[in-house]
Write a protein that binds this ligand. Structure first.
Ligand code: NAD
Ligand code: ZN
Length: 358
């Protein structure tokens, strides 16, 4: 057995209002005239009060990150090219936003120092050069992108991350105040990404004490905010932010499972977003995760959330095959969920029947 020796983020600052320490935190990483690049989730485009708190100095650049679609390799290349042609080199890249903006920041920082195109690095350990300094600042809680070793990108031929030791952030800034105004539905979908990470990790065959200790805590926090509390308050933002972090730590040393494997197929074919896609699938996974799905149903009801249905209605056989191929290609996820003999359990027919239910 070979144990994974995984690279973690370098620094974490946590606390309500800690965003205002950003200037001081990044100061030592500024190199002469090379600017810091701030990639800001376009949700904040018109929020001047928030923008004025971003510590722009000298020739720093603030870019509105278009996250209408989840990050594509072509968009990463476009941003990296835009920055390189303007400045040559930069001091660092700072992503502020949901999982999409943070993933973009990771990928762009890698492309500042690695030749070629972003698509060349989709896979495991293909990145060869350390990135420029990079920091991640979540404004939605749940994906765990702030702690993970990957950045999920849709390329010309596949949806796959740049999974490498050079991918984790050098710094993360966990300020629960930044998630305060997230709309109820979006907060739920992204929060459930975390809940599903926990269930898939805890119920998977790869589980170990490292992952369990983080996963149990994260699950407890998700249930606290979405099930046991009657009202959303500041403490809920704090709890969900820590759930996201711990959920990410849990899967770092285990793996996700059925919901993610099936949701990837939806994302690839239909562009369904990660959080909502996971919810659409998890809603039908009683057979695999009975207790987790029962708790999920209660949370959906309690928070009056709308989970879309019928999204695969009318698709052709060819389209179902595409989703099935993408999904079954995620072997480690299936192996974690169902064990070494997963192929005899999750046949193409069974997966097709599951997709037809969604
Ligand atoms: P997101 O980043 O895609 O954002 C969803 C929407 O919420 C966007 O319209 C965004 O503008 C908006 N938004 C962001 N912050 C907001 C706020 N405070 N208030 C209101 N709206 C806000 O959503 P997400 O669920 O955080 O992230 C999903 C992405 O994360 C996907 O691209 C997925 O592939 C990726 N992901 C990455 C990892 C990883 O390990 N790298 C893990 C899971 C998911
Ligand atoms: Zn996820």
């Amino acid at each position: 057995m070979k144990f994974r020796n995984f690279k973690m983020i370098d620094y974490v600052v946590y606390g309500r209002g800690c965003f205002d320490q950003l200037d001081e935190i990044i100061a030592p990483h500024r190199k002469n005239d090379a600017p810091m690049i701030f990639l800001l989730d376009h949700f904040f485009q018109k929020n001047d009060a928030f923008k004025s708190r971003i510590p722009l100095r000298g020739n720093d650049m603030l870019i509105d990150a278009d996250v209408a679609h989840e990050p594509k390799t072509s968009y990463v290349d476009e941003l990296a090219q835009q920055i390189k042609s303007k400045y040559g080199s930069v001091s660092g890249v700072i992503g502020i936003g949901g999982g999409s903006a943070m993933d973009l920041a990771k990928a762009v920082s890698i492309m500042m120092t690695n030749p070629g195109k972003a698509q060349d690095y989709q896979g495991w350990d293909l990145v060869k050069q350390p990135s420029v300094y990079k920091a991640g600042i979540p404004t939605l809680s749940g994906t765990g992108a702030e702690v993970s070793r990957t950045t999920v990108l849709t390329g010309p031929t596949r949806k796959l991350g740049m999974n490498s030791d050079f991918t984790p952030f050098n710094q993360i800034v966990l300020d629960p105040e930044l998630t305060k105004n997230a709309p109820v539905n979006q907060r739920f979908y992204t929060g459930m990404d975390c809940f599903i990470h926990c269930i898939e990790s805890l119920k998977g065959t790869y589980i170990n004490e490292f992952s369990r200790s983080y996963g149990e805590k994260a699950q407890e926090l998700c249930e606290e905010v979405f099930l046991h509390k009657n009202e959303w308050n500041d403490e809920s933002d704090e709890q969900l932010m820590m759930a996201s972090y711990a959920g990410g730590m849990s899967i770092a040393y285990s793996q996700v499972g059925v919901a993610h494997a099936v949701s990837y197929g939806l994302g690839y074919l239909l562009g369904t977003k990660h959080g909502i896609g996971n919810c659409i699938v998890f809603n039908h996974l009683q057979e695999f995760y009975p207790e987790g799905v029962a708790a999920f149903h209660k949370m959906v009801e309690k928070n009056s959330i709308d989970i879309p249905a019928g999204i695969t209605k009318g698709l052709t056989d060819e389209q179902f095959d595409t989703m099935i191929n993408v999904s079954l290609g995620m072997a480690p996820l299936w192996e974690n969920a169902l064990g070494k003999d997963w192929q005899t359990i999750m046949t193409r027919e069974k997966l097709r029947a599951l997709y037809e239910k969604l």
